[in-house]
Design a protein around this ligand. Structure first.
Ligand SMILES: CC(C)(COP(=O)(O)OP(=O)(O)OC[C@H]1O[C@@H](n2cnc3c(N)ncnc32)[C@H](O)[C@@H]1OP(=O)(O)O)[C@@H](O)C(=O)NCCC(=O)NCCS
Length: 177
């Protein structure tokens, strides 16, 4: 397995990966019309091209056997929203963290998360945060194993519905502070 930074030229492949993994994660759990509406809005060469071109975002890709198998999307855009937890001075959101089902349980997610947190610390962030659907038990367990702690609740809209998410945070040790 290889972990590397996404490049602008990865936009089409990244879009296909992101769409495929979002679909495989939530199919059967979110009503199909809402799922399709969100997929149409959030994924495609244009939105992922914009994500890759955004100076506030960094994307790490997981590759294996010449295929893209997962990604971590980091987004530096301010404090933890609505969190009762101590806020970080320089937070980064792990905006999306998705791996191919063939890699689940293999340790690849841990490697990608370690790389993402190292990337964030190296960029000068002192804390990472993310939101996870309360019903995504596997992801919640993984994030606890990765050292994230609860920091409140929030919501996420998909199509016509609003879902309840948990906010999780992870402090980052800075080399210079
Ligand atoms: C979330 C994700 C990155 C975790 O990676 P992973 O390789 O599956 O994680 P691990 O296998 O290391 O850890 C998952 C843990 O959840 C446990 N688990 C699995 N299914 C579970 C369930 N239904 N309920 C509770 N725990 C569950 C596993 O046993 C394991 O815990 P353990 O190591 O103590 O046994 C990966 O599953 C993934 O990409 N899922 C789809 C995308 C997604 O949900 N992303 C998060 C969006 S916020």
């Amino acid at each position: 397995m290889l972990i590397r930074h996404a490049l602008p030229a990865d936009a089409d492949a990244f879009a296909a990966l992101a769409e495929r993994l979002w679909r495989s994660t939530y199919t059967g759990l979110i009503p199909a019309p809402d799922l399709e509406a969100h997929l149409a809005e959030a994924f495609g060469p244009a939105p992922q091209g914009a994500e890759l071109a955004d100076d506030a975002r960094r994307t790490l890709l997981l590759e294996g056997g010449g295929e893209l198998l997962g990604y971590a999307l980091l987004h530096a855009h301010g404090p933890v929203p609505g969190s009762p937890a101590p806020t970080f001075a320089r937070p980064v959101e792990i905006e999306r963290f998705y791996l191919d089902p063939t890699t689940h349980g293999t340790g690849a997610a841990r490697e990608l998360m370690e790389a993402a947190l190292a990337e964030a610390a190296g960029a000068g962030h002192d804390g990472a945060w993310l939101q996870v659907w309360e019903q995504n038990a596997r992801a919640r367990r993984f994030y606890v194993k990765a050292g994230f702690t609860p920091a409140g609740t929030t919501t996420f809209a998909v199509g016509t519905r609003v879902y309840h998410d948990l906010l999780l945070v992870h402090g980052l040790e800075l080399p210079f502070d």
